[in-house]
Ligand binder design. Structure first.
Ligand SMILES: Cc1ncc(COP(=O)(O)O)c(C=O)c1O
Length: 457
């Protein structure tokens, strides 16, 4: 592990392989006889490492970063050795109570009030699914017991999120039996932020049509452009309409740990639930998602089911059995790596690194703005810059799309830097997202140099 991390920059961020070329490198059938560890590790070095996308590489500037910090890796090793299943307090007293400690430490670090409790899940997708399941339960239709089908008295339920909200919200609607049509995609302004007037209109139209609004989702740091929905205005609407407000801040939420940078989050303390992913910009190895909520009893109403074999007979006082709040029973001891990491970096160390990423992104945005051949395509509220090559000369939108796709591809093929893309206002948009623990100014400078070389070529 140490060798790998020390030599990571010698490897291409994205391996030069084609789909389907790896599977044939492995035997079709599993080995009948045991094999020596040395042979297995040789094959690990030969077959596994060179064919991985190196998320821990400092040149990984695609999607949103996930980094495994040293203390986080140590935490994962200890977690495997301890083998805790934090499903019941009894099956892991320390797994349960350290989760309560870490959830509350993170709540404080994010500047949220004491009323928020919560839990750790694998991903933001699961956290949002749980939040929306609780919202569905809180609507008073007793869906946990009665389901949604064959009930003529149940109107069509509606959830509202912007056109820029993450696909996990739509998937949650699919999974919860609301259907994708239950998700009303509310238009955004020119900064890709949800328009409260359009939200008001959508809710009014749905009520008039006999539908039943149940939840709003505000995204603070959307996936494409990292735009920030007006969460205070949405909280106002949620309170007036009696709707559950869920905040998806999977990527950007950690910025609230910096007291001087809290403005985009003003009003999120009025939400019913909030998701922030330590496995994105808090340098925690996959997986770790934090779901905070002021309404733990609603999560429990949505998911609690205690068969005899899970009943704890020696329980004298009420204890937290986390499986009562989630769809799955078995639960990893995720709190351990977070506890180790939070102590290793300290909040001060985490803030300093996040601040540096914000400054690096601002600097990259300035380079784009100052170069007449390049164009920024969205504001930069956090550490992600959306841009494209667009020199004077009257190229069509199709030509610009093709040329920018080729530029990004040329940069990615160098193996030094890995970028990803999105579409904003229909335009092919290159995204440079800084959030990797090991990214330094020289990597961002190199990305800019490679982009300009590719454009000139
Ligand atoms: C805003 C937002 N929400 C949710 C997710 C999904 O995260 P996860 O992979 O943890 O489910 C992402 C992923 O990038 C995201 O950007």
């Amino acid at each position: 592990m140490a060798d790998y991390l020390e030599t990571i920059e010698d490897r291409p961020v994205f391996p030069p392989v084609e789909p389907g070329t790896l599977r044939p490198l492995f035997p079709v059938a599993p080995p009948e006889a045991p094999e020596p560890l040395a042979a297995i590790l040789d094959d690990y070095r030969r077959l596994i490492e060179p064919n991985a996308t190196h998320w821990n590489h400092p040149g990984f500037l695609a999607y949103f970063a996930t980094t495994a910090s040293g203390p986080g890796i140590l935490g994962e090793m200890l977690t495997a050795a301890l083998g805790q299943n934090a499903m019941l307090w009894r099956t892991s007293p320390i797994g349960t109570e350290l989760e309560q400690v870490v959830v509350d430490w993170l709540r404080q670090a994010l500047g949220l009030p004491e009323g928020f409790d919560g839990l750790l899940t694998d991903t933001a997708s699961t956290s949002s699914l749980i939040a929306l399941a609780a919202a569905r339960q809180a609507a008073g239709l007793d869906v946990a017991a009665q389901g949604l089908t064959g009930r003529p008295e149940v109107p069509a339920l509606r959830v509202y999120a912007s056109t820029e909200a993450h696909s996990s919200i739509e998937k949650a609607c699919m999974t919860l039996g609301l259907g994708r049509e239950a998700l009303v995609r509310v238009p955004v302004n020119e900064r890709f932020e949800l328009r409260p007037d359009a939200l008001d209109a959508a809710i009014a139209a749905d009520r008039a049509a006999g539908h039943r609004p149940i939840a709003l989702v505000a995204t603070l740091g959307t996936t494409s452009s990292t735009s920030v929905d007006p969460v205070a205005a949405m909280a106002e609407i949620a309170e007036r309409e009696g709707l559950w407000l869920h905040v998806d801040s999977a990527y950007a939420g950690v910025v609230a740990m910096l007291p001087g940078r809290r403005a985009p989050f003003d009003g999120w303390e009025r939400a019913d639930s909030i998701v922030v992913n330590p496995h994105k910009w808090l340098f925690t190895p996959l997986d770790a998602s934090l779901l905070l909520t002021r309404r733990m009893p609603d999560l429990r109403a949505a998911f609690s089911l205690v068969p005899e074999y899970l009943r704890t007979l020696d329980r004298e006082t009420p204890v937290r059995d986390y499986n009562e709040y989630t769809p799955q029973l078995g639960r990893r001891f995720r709190a351990l790596k977070l506890w180790i990491q939070l102590r290793w970096f300290g909040l001060e160390g985490l803030r300093r690194r996040i601040e540096r990423h914000l400054e690096l992104a601002a600097e990259f945005a300035r380079w784009v703005d100052d170069d007449p051949d390049w164009e920024r395509l969205a504001p930069v509220p956090f550490s992600t810059v959306c841009f494209r090559w667009n020199p004077a000369g009257g190229a069509t939108e199709e030509e610009l799309d093709a040329r920018n796709a080729a530029i990004m591809d040329a940069v990615n093929r160098t193996g030094e830097i890995f970028l990803s893309h999105t579409r904003l206002d229909g335009r092919f948009t290159i995204r440079l997202a800084i959030g990797n623990l090991r990214t330094e100014p020289r990597h961002v400078e190199r990305a800019w140099a490679l982009l300009r070389e590719a454009a000139a070529g």
